[in-house]
Design a protein around this ligand. Structure first.
Ligand code: TEU
Ligand code: CA
Length: 536
């Protein structure tokens, strides 16, 4: 079964920003249906859609109030069923996003808990004297409920109370949700912040600190994942767990080759190499040495364990990669292609986040009123309260806000980038006049055409889908290289992460160029050049 996703790519849709079918300015299920031919032409086999279930949308759907119904703002259950069917007919399958660490505070379970029903209070984590933990979106991770005289845990927003997985009834409820969507014909699942579900046993006596750091990879985590996968019968489906601040050793087990847990994991170490002293709300150029170290450790470590990896730069929580580790200016196209090559030819399953395949950039908002994301607006306030100037706070949001990834998909150069006939819920990036799917569609040299080639290469060359991986010495910190091997076949991939010409030393390779973004040589690499050479 694993082979199904080793040679496949996954496309991620952030539904609210992908395509609006009815002019209300909000992307929806029928919008996705209308773009299935586009996704098919990109060659992806799986489509992960972010949550579209009933939700008060405090965190854009990551706060679910009913796991089994469609939020009317996104369409109906029959739209959803039609979407699954139509994808199936094109040979593509959906992965739905299961947000199981927490529910919305408007979920009926939490309402009953707040009303003092002991059964449902035990679905969540209530304490009299909880430890001083901080939440991901700023402020404390515990909220006091006066009527109960207790605090409840919310690792994220107060509107996202954490579930108590130590309660077997909670685990049964969630397995039922998975069974429900499996029966609708989805082909896989993404599990939101899955490694936070098993809370520490001695919770009350733990020291102050980050809530997430205190709860990651908890005491029963592997047991709970195995139970979920086994009882919901999803061991042979494609599954990916989002893992917060985890370790290589844990991920070898989460994605172990026996299939008892998940197909693969998202981990984020490579997306913290531009965090100054580990802090997100800072500005720093990427540390390329660290980037290479992280990729080589994880790629080689996971490969040796036979565990599979999710490969990605972008998602709905991350700034756009071309703005982040590439160049939005003169080398926009070259750097977008280089960054794509770097992850697509590695060992694992590559994920393409909507618009990445067009080289979409950060939002470039100039005013705080343009931001909608709860984390961004909270941290703006926190930064300002801590004496950061307005200009500096806006510059940091400009580089780090999650809204950078959430501006509408740029389909055309026209009205609202072709995303909606009405007015978009989030400001469209003005650069849609240059960067859009329509203009890239017919251009063989476009970023879109290049992504299509990369997706196809993974299907055509077993060395890419199956080969071993080893990072190589290029004699130059700016150029990261790795080789893949399968039998006699060797593929060497070189990526120049700098905007200058860079010399490469000690890489001995002769063969045909499989893909690249210049017609250059591997001894002297042009700005953001990439080259994949096949030997044997
Ligand atoms: O994200 C979890 C997570 O830990 C981070 O990606 C976090 O959102 C980010 O670092 C903040 O900058 C998942 C979802 O992908 C995210 O959209 C949700 O907000 C979050 O869980 C809560 O459900
Ligand atoms: Ca709509």
């Amino acid at each position: 079964m694993q082979d199904k996703y080793k040679s496949s790519a996954v496309y991620q849709i952030y539904i609210k920003s992908f395509c609006d079918s009815n002019g209300d300015g909000i992307g929806d299920l029928n919008g996705i249906r209308s773009k299935l031919p586009y996704l098919h032409s990109l060659g992806v086999k799986y489509i992960w859609v972010t949550p579209f279930f009933c939700s008060p949308m405090a965190d854009n759907g990551y706060d679910v109030s009913d796991y089994r119904n469609v939020n009317p703002m996104f369409g109906t259950m029959s739209d959803c069923e039609a979407m699954i069917r139509e994808a199936d007919a094109l040979g593509m399958g959906f992965m739905f996003d299961m947000v199981f660490n927490h529910t919305s505070d408007e979920h009926e379970w939490f309402r009953k808990a707040l009303a003092g029903d002991p059964k449902y209070m035990d679905y969540y984590i209530f304490r009299d004297n909880p430890p001083e933990w901080s939440s991901v979106f700023g402020g404390p991770a515990w909220k006091f409920v006066p009527s109960l005289g207790k605090y409840y845990l919310h690792l994220f927003d107060p509107k996202q109370p954490d579930l108590n997985w130590d309660n077997p009834q909670v685990r049964e409820e969630l397995k039922d949700v998975v069974r429900f969507w499996k029966a609708k014909g989805v082909k896989g699942f993404r599990f939101d912040v899955l490694n936070l579900i098993s809370k520490p046993a001695n919770l009350d006596s733990l020291p102050a600190g980050s809530g997430v750091a205190s709860c990651k990879d908890g005491p029963h985590i592997h047991e709970y994942i195995q139970e979920l996968v086994r009882d919901a019968g999803i061991g042979d489906m494609i599954t990916v767990g989002e893992m917060s601040s985890t370790t290589l050793e844990q991920c070898k087990q989460y994605a172990n080759p026996s299939g008892s847990e998940l197909s693969m994991c998202f981990n984020f170490h490579h997306l913290k190499v531009d965090y100054k002293d580990g802090g997100k709300w800072t500005l720093m150029p990427p540390d390329l040495h660290e980037l290479r170290r992280i990729f080589s450790t994880w790629q080689e470590g996971m490969s040796q364990a036979g565990s599979w990896q999710a490969l990605f730069w972008c998602n709905h929580d991350q700034p756009r990669i071309v703005s982040r580790f590439g160049d939005e200016g003169e080398y926009w196209k070259q750097s977008a292609k280089m960054l794509a090559t770097f992850v697509h030819l590695m060992r694992g399953t590559p994920y393409i986040y909507q618009g990445e395949e067009l080289g979409m950039t950060n939002a470039h908002f100039t005013d705080i009123s343009q931001y909608q994301d709860v984390e961004s607006t909270n941290y703006y306030r926190i930064m300002r309260d801590n004496g950061v100037s307005e200009a500096d706070a806006l510059a940091i949001l400009g580089a780090k806000s999650r809204d950078n990834a959430r501006t509408p998909m740029q389909w055309t150069a026209g009205h609202e980038a072709g995303f909606t006939s009405g007015e978009s819920w989030l400001t469209v990036n003005p650069n849609h006049t240059e960067i859009n799917a329509e203009s890239e569609e017919s251009d063989p040299d476009s970023i879109l055409s290049y992504y299509r080639q990369l997706v196809q290469l993974r299907k055509d060359y077993p060395v890419i889908s199956e080969g071993d991986v080893r990072f190589i010495d290029t004699g130059n910190d700016k150029v990261i290289g790795y080789e893949r091997r399968l039998g006699e076949v060797r593929l060497v991939v070189l990526c120049n992460f700098s905007g200058n010409d860079e010399a490469v030393a000690g890489v001995d390779v002769k063969g045909k160029v499989l893909i690249g973004n210049y017609s250059g040589s591997h001894k002297m690499m042009k700005p953001y050049e990439t080259l994949a050479i096949l030997e044997g």
